[in-house]
Design a protein around this ligand. Structure first.
Ligand SMILES: [Fe+2]
Ligand SMILES: [Fe+2]
Length: 246
């Protein structure tokens, strides 16, 4: 058999193995694609098994996944976060701010888009200094409010994305007031200053460039993220196995 034939046979085998399972997706994952009131999968005793582990459509995570494994297998293209971390370095930010920049949008790239600052902070909170989690949590709301003292303007992209009339919800306003009066305000603010898209499209940044900073400031659990019984372990497991039935 030629190598192409072998590869095709392997593909067919993988597809057939996948057909054995009902792969469940919640409304969060299908939002905008399907009416969540419509049934998504056969519950008719067709003999199919419900998926309770690794989803064969996804690249397989190691048994004890590290932060970088999530970047490589689950967080989609991470150029924006890498560029943001690099920009923070170039601007002379401290290592904690660089780490916050590197992690600030992991929720949008791997989990949930709405309220991503809060979800992202909660994901990393057990493993980083409280100041890093604070910066990630509040960057989302601070992005809506200019601060002339650091040259931060309301993003033009938000006018394009949300319209010129958009005004943040009252809870966003309250969170902004809280953050503005907090001792770590400037940490979260520095994140917004470095939260730029492709500040230089010619700069290619590798995740490995941040190995030392992550090693010093991210307390990687020995059991692997998702298996260490931390308050956010279940969230990491869900990202690892997003389609398990339970
Ligand atoms: Fe963000
Ligand atoms: Fe961002």
């Amino acid at each position: 058999m030629s190598s192409l034939t072998i590869a095709e046979a392997a593909d067919h085998a993988a597809a057939a193995a996948m057909d054995q399972y009902v792969i469940v997706k919640s409304a969060i994952y299908t939002s905008g694609e399907h009416d969540p009131r419509e049934p998504q999968s056969p519950q008719d005793g067709s003999g199919k098994l419900h998926l309770m582990g690794h989803d064969p459509r996804l690249s397989r995570m190691p048994d004890r996944p590290t932060l970088f494994d999530f970047f490589e297998h689950r967080f989609g293209p991470c150029t924006h976060m890498l560029q943001s971390a690099r920009l923070a370095q170039m601007n002379g930010a401290g290592e904690k701010i660089v780490l916050a920049c590197l992690l600030h949008d992991i929720a949008t790239s791997g989990f949930i888009r709405a309220d991503h600052g809060y979800w992202g902070a909660q994901l990393v909170e057990p493993y980083v200094d409280a100041e890093v989690a604070f910066a990630i949590r509040y960057h989302q709301v601070l992005r809506f409010y200019p601060d002339a003292s650091v040259g931060y303007d309301y993003p033009q992209s938000y006018i394009r994305l949300f319209g010129a009339d958009f005004r943040p919800e009252p809870y966003v306003e309250r969170a902004y007031e809280y953050a503005r009066n907090h001792k770590w305000y400037m940490s979260a603010r520095l994140l917004t200053v470095n939260d730029l898209y492709a500040f230089d499209p010619n700069v290619h940044v590798e995740l490995e460039e941040f190995t030392d900073i992550v090693g010093r400031h991210f307390r990687q659990p020995e059991e692997g993220l998702g298996f260490d019984d931390s308050p956010s372990a279940h969230m990491w497991r869900t990202i690892n196995w997003p389609t398990r039935y339970l």
